[in-house]
Design a protein around this ligand. Structure first.
Ligand SMILES: Nc1nc2c(c(=O)[nH]1)N=C([C@H](O)[C@@H](O)CO)CN2
Length: 121
């Protein structure tokens, strides 16, 4: 399976379950792995046939910064839904990293995998 990926997409978000977190911005680093057939784009050298990682990055960044969320789980789910629906991606792995959330851990977060309803059936 071919993939397109985005690593460490950095967004400053209102994210957190506690009241004090609703008053500040915190850094989230977002990793995406997306199934995509890269052959048509490679054979034609045509961006319109590629999964445009710049467009995906912009859409995800807009989504995550546009609204406050309590849980990184919610952010992961919304990001997966957006990319599957808006970019017709059949399968996605989303990792939401919230470094700095736990003082003695270098990183914490969640990872999910989602697919289009009819993918692989
Ligand atoms: N599984 C999760 N655990 C926790 C989350 C979360 O989003 N998912 N969030 C918090 C707090 O917001 C934390 O980041 C503040 O330090 C705690 N646990």
């Amino acid at each position: 399976m071919d993939k397109v990926f985005i690593k460490d997409l950095t967004v400053l978000a209102t994210i957190g379950a506690y009241e004090w977190e609703k008053e500040i911005k915190q850094k989230l680093l977002i990793d995406l792995e997306m199934a995509w057939d890269n052959k048509p784009a490679a054979q034609s050298d045509d961006l319109s046939l590629a999964l445009d990682y710049a467009s995906v990055s912009q859409a995800v960044s807009d989504l995550v910064t546009g609204q406050a969320h309590e849980l990184v789980e919610t952010v992961a789910e919304k990001v997966a839904n957006l990319v599957i629906q808006q970019f017709s991606v059949p399968w996605i792995k989303v990792t939401i990293n919230k470094p700095g959330a736990v003082p003695f851990a270098s990183n914490v977060g969640v990872q999910i995998q989602r697919e289009q309803k009819d993918y692989l059936s």
